[in-house]
Design a protein around this ligand. Structure first.
Ligand SMILES: Cc1cc2nc3c(=O)[nH]c(=O)nc-3n(C[C@H](O)[C@H](O)[C@H](O)COP(=O)(O)OP(=O)(O)OC[C@H]3O[C@@H](n4cnc5c(N)ncnc54)[C@H](O)[C@@H]3O)c2cc1C
Length: 456
């Protein structure tokens, strides 16, 4: 997710935050990295703590609890670890990130240091853009007009957010009109938040940290799997119900029941809001409301593979085009990591509409738009495409979360434990790095320390 041009970075300077543009990119198998080792665990029937979900948060929580000497059982419904951070090389023969790709906010991102230490090819994201209006490429001065529109929108949303006036970004942007305002709105909304401006809170948006992004050439999912390689996990184990009517908790799974002193739930707010995990007794109404109000945005990759660099920017450039009022847009990370993959990323309501269409339709759509800008000669270099559908994945039901307008306070409710034995962690629970894999990990570590103190 996410990309911010230099205009946002300038805004951040004004805000006095560390500078980093958002977006990370993956790449090749050049570095010598030891293969990860997934440790499969038996479901222990009576641990101290059950952790639900083996994404970055659940993995981190499990490690911290085990280091504190607690008996932990980590369960994961799917057949792999990593959750929304997932790299595979089967589809394209090169690392393909289905989810997280940018190592956002490198200065506070623990995966950057891990990657460097363990031989991954991690590097700062370049900041190179080509922008089109129809088949015409913009020159430098015209691009400045876009960055100016971006700044203007950023400032309008930021001003309301900083003031604590918890309206929607669309309301904050009211009255801003210009040839590039829809493109800037796409950049700050769907391309970054996975939501249209109408659908997220400016106070929440303002609470998010920002800074320079890095990429990992082997894929962010590969990096996370490596980091987590020695953490025991019970794969293919889905939690369906948490009974906390007695002392401790009983987590009922499709592999049997696990009795524990406490549980850490790390599944997405989308999954929580769907009721896929039932609670007996029911959770307090405010808690249930927090799952709804810290709602999932949708961000999907339509990934196209080219046999040569048809975009002409070298590895990791960005391509944008002027967005029409119908908001049907995508932004492209081109030639990611030098592997020839173009991530044509859609977000918000347009991403939802597209999820109703087949992968072939989406690939054709992206190719058609690119052809209009770069010419039909790109067909000669096109190898194949793929498209993600995170909104339809029952284990995520969206891509990453943010507060609905007026609901920033619900973040606090979301983080609160219930009954001193049901704890919540995950990307949506982090105070400033929400929506990122780093935030998920840090949230998992923080909550695990709380749980360990609590059980002491
Ligand atoms: C397309 C896309 C692009 C993104 N881009 C970036 C990016 O560039 N940079 C970045 O930092 N972040 C990005 N993100 C967000 C990032 O991937 C997430 O914030 C982060 O990985 C979430 O980690 P988590 O541990 O909180 O949740 P998850 O990774 O969702 O982990 C929760 C786990 O729980 C499991 N689960 C669900 N239900 C059950 C159940 N009932 N029982 C047992 N297990 C269950 C799930 O299978 C999953 O493995 C992106 C996400 C998407 C989808």
């Amino acid at each position: 997710m996410h990309i911010y041009p230099s205009s946002k970075v300038r805004s951040l300077h004004r805000r006095g935050l560390p500078v980093v543009s958002r977006r990370s990119f993956l790449a090749g198998l050049g570095a010598t990295v030891a293969a990860p080792r997934i440790v499969r665990a038996q479901v222990s029937s009576n641990p101290d703590v059950v952790v639900i979900g083996a994404g970055a948060a659940g993995l981190a929580a499990t490690r911290v609890l085990a280091e504190r000497g607690l008996d932990v059982t980590l369960i994961e419904a799917s057949s792999r670890i990593g959750g929304r951070a997932y790299t595979e090389t089967t589809t394209f023969g090169v690392p393909y990130d289905h989810g997280a790709h940018w190592l956002h906010i490198a200065a506070s991102n623990p995966f950057v240091a891990y990657g460097r230490k363990h031989g991954f090819d991690v590097y700062p994201a370049p900041d190179v853009y080509r922008v089109f209006e129809g088949d015409r490429e913009l020159g430098a001065r015209e691009k400045d007009a876009l960055w100016h529109a971006w700044d203007e929108l950023y400032a309008a949303i930021g001003a309301q957010g900083e003031r604590g006036n918890d309206i929607s970004a669309a309301e904050a942007a009211a009255g801003i009109e210009g040839p590039w305002s829809a493109t800037a709105a796409f950049g700050i909304g769907p391309w970054s938040m996975g939501k249209d401006l109408e659908d997220f809170s400016v106070v929440d948006w303002w609470s998010g940290a920002d800074g320079a992004d890095w990429f990992c050439r082997e894929g962010f999912g590969t990096l996370i799997t490596h980091w987590a390689g020695d953490i025991p996990v019970s794969l293919g184990t889905r939690a369906g119900r948490i009974d906390w009517s007695g002392k401790g908790v009983v987590v009922e799974t499709d592999q049997g029941s696990i009795r524990a002193r406490a549980v850490i739930v790390t599944v997405s707010t989308g999954v929580m809001a769907s009721g896929a995990i039932a609670f007996a007794p029911m959770l307090p109404a405010r808690k249930l409301e927090s799952f709804e109000k810290i709602s999932m945005g949708l961000y999907n990759h339509i990934t196209l593979q080219f046999s040569e660099d048809v975009f002409g920017m070298g590895p990791d450039g960005y391509l944008l085009f002027r967005v029409a009022p119908d908001r049907k847009a995508f932004g492209v990370l081109t030639n990611a990591g030098g592997h020839g993959l173009a991530y044509c990323d859609v977000g918000g309501s347009w991403a939802r509409d597209l999820e109703e269409e087949s992968a072939e339709y989406r690939i054709d759509y992206a190719m058609g738009e690119l052809r209009g800008m770069l010419g039909s000669s790109i067909d000669r270099s096109f190898v194949k495409g793929a498209a993600t559908s995170w909104g339809q994945n029952p284990l995520t039901l969206g891509s990453y979360a943010s507060a609905e307008p007026g609901a920033h306070d619900m973040r606090t409710v979301l983080r609160q434990p219930v009954g001193d034995r049901i704890f919540f962690a995950g990307e949506a629970c982090h105070r400033s790095l929400w929506s990122t894999a780093a935030g998920a990990r840090l949230s998992g570590e923080e909550v695990a320390r709380d749980v360990a103190r609590h059980l002491d």
